[in-house]
Ligand binder design. Structure first.
Ligand code: IFM
Length: 467
């Protein structure tokens, strides 16, 4: 890490209005497939992403997840890195094929041991452990039996969830079931640009139902087993707006809002699937069996929201057009921080939110490592403005409990391969050397200032004799 003077210089721009409550959770996030590597070691099974990476043309740079950031072999170093940032939480996922290689039956002791060392290592460093069960890397063995389109996978997931909680639950702070079910359903099974590469709308909608059902049934099973930590699900959400005021664009926007937000939130909060979306889907709507909707609507101990951008919807063109009015990240996503406030306020208005986390937020930018430094001023500005947007929502009553940066490390950005860098820590993929970018130093300084303010406030509230 760089000297304190350098860090302070980078942090000149920190806004005093960015001070959050003392119990606010600050974290960095990753997922197993994107960082772990060690794809063929210690009994790990094949995942659908191992298979998908080998489809010619599926990954922009031809990359795969065989080595990724080699996190599996660098666990202690990476945990030290997390602790050095001054955050108090780490969001990670368990690779189902690493702990239960066939997606059913036998557990892999070496895989479980890795995650045991991870949660113990977090605890030893005073960091909260926020575990996600499914960040997209389904065991290939289950895909061979139909994957998430098959109802039997719901049962497999419930068994997996119970096993993970049994083995690791005591070390966890919070648990979420699925990361971004919309992405798994639509990009994995409708457009097919993500694993498992299926292109069929009806299948995608059936997958979305099975993901929601497995979420609800897992929560119920874990509660029955006595697991008492906060549990929830992570959704990728965005405010949507029509490209023009035309009736066609407005109607399409309403439909996409239904597919992206209400399709997940309505059943999670006990309202069933939105009727306008069901009407639109017609024969492509999923098969829903009696009792499914009750199973999905389990009380939520937390809700995770991943926010990156807004979506501008045109009836004639693609789902997400560019307005041309806003700067873009390296993913070509519009930078629209106030959209995060808008989204959170809308959710607070429309649903009885539990403690709510921004479980992912961050940007890919064309970073350059020069003389051991990455001057990512664009990312600092992105993070600053989005954290500020969370603060605005918090002060207006939204029950915000935490914010987690995507991502700790540069990593495998799915179909984009390794070219898109989201990390606040740079990874040299040749040497696996980690270099905190200026944004990491900025975050550390922001959190140092938070801690200082809260310490002063605690001191001031003590009787004079105790000070
Ligand atoms: O890298 C992904 C992550 O796995 C899920 N949410 C979006 C991120 C950036 O695309």
């Amino acid at each position: 890490m760089n000297s304190l003077a350098e860090t302070r210089a980078i942090s000149r721009t920190i806004d005093p209005a960015m001070i959050f409550p003392a119990d606010f959770v600050w974290g960095v996030a990753t997922s197993a497939a994107q960082i772990e590597g060690a794809a063929f070691e210690d009994g790990r099974g094949e995942s659908i992403w191992d298979r998908f990476c080998r489809v010619p043309g599926a990954i922009a740079d031809g990359g795969d997840i065989d080595v990724a950031c080699d996190h599996y072999h660098r666990l202690e170093e990476d945990l030290d890195l997390i602790a050095s940032l001054g955050v108090n939480a780490y969001r990670f996922s368990v690779a189902w094929p690493r702990v239960q290689p066939q997606g059913r039956g036998a557990w892999n002791p070496q895989g479980l041991d890795f995650y045991r060392r991870l949660v113990d290592g977090l605890r030893a460093r005073g960091l909260q452990a926020h575990l996600t069960l499914n960040h997209w890397d389904l065991p290939q063995a289950l895909q061979d039996e139909g994957g998430w389109a098959a109802r039997a996978t719901v049962d497999r997931f419930v068994d997996y969830a119970r096993g993970v909680a049994r083995h690791l639950g005591d070390g966890l702070t919070a648990l979420t079931t699925h990361n971004e079910p919309w992405v798994m359903s639509m990009l994995g099974h409708d457009s097919g640009i993500f694993a498992p590469g299926i292109k069929d709308r009806a299948t995608a909608m059936q997958v979305s139902h099975h993901l929601l059902l497995s979420h609800g049934r897992a929560l119920r099973a874990l509660r029955d087993d006595g697991f008492d930590k906060p549990m929830g699900i992570v959704l990728n959400l965005a405010p949507l707006l029509p490209a023009t005021p035309s009736a066609a664009d407005v109607a399409k926007t309403r439909l996409e809002d239904g597919l992206l937000l209400r399709w997940y939130l309505d059943p999670l909060f006990g309202r069933g699937y939105p009727q306008d979306v069901l009407d639109h889907l017609g024969a492509q709507a999923p098969r829903v069996e009696p009792g499914d909707l009750d199973a999905i609507a389990q009380p939520l101990g937390l809700l995770g929201i991943n926010y990156y951008s807004r979506s501008v919807v045109s009836a004639s063109g693609s789902y997400d057009v560019r307005s041309g009015a806003l700067p873009l990240t390296d993913m070509d996503w519009e930078i629209y921080p106030q959209g995060l406030t808008e989204l959170l306020l809308r959710l607070h208005r429309d649903y009885p939110l539990p403690p709510t986390y921004v479980t992912e937020n961050g940007g890919a930018f064309p970073d350059r490592l020069v003389n051991g430094r990455v001057h990512d001023a664009d990312r600092i500005q992105y993070l600053h403005e989005h954290i500020g947007a969370v603060g605005v929502a918090l002060r207006q009553g939204v029950p915000m409990a935490g914010y987690m940066v995507w991502s700790l490390l540069d990593n495998f950005e799915w179909a984009s391969g390794y070219a898109k860098r989201f990390g606040i820590v740079h990874v040299d993929y040749e040497t696996q050397r980690r270099t905190p970018k200026d944004s990491a130093l900025w975050l550390r300084e922001l959190l140092r200032q938070q801690a200082e303010v809260h310490a002063q406030a605690r001191g001031a509230s003590k009787p004079a004799a105790e000070r």
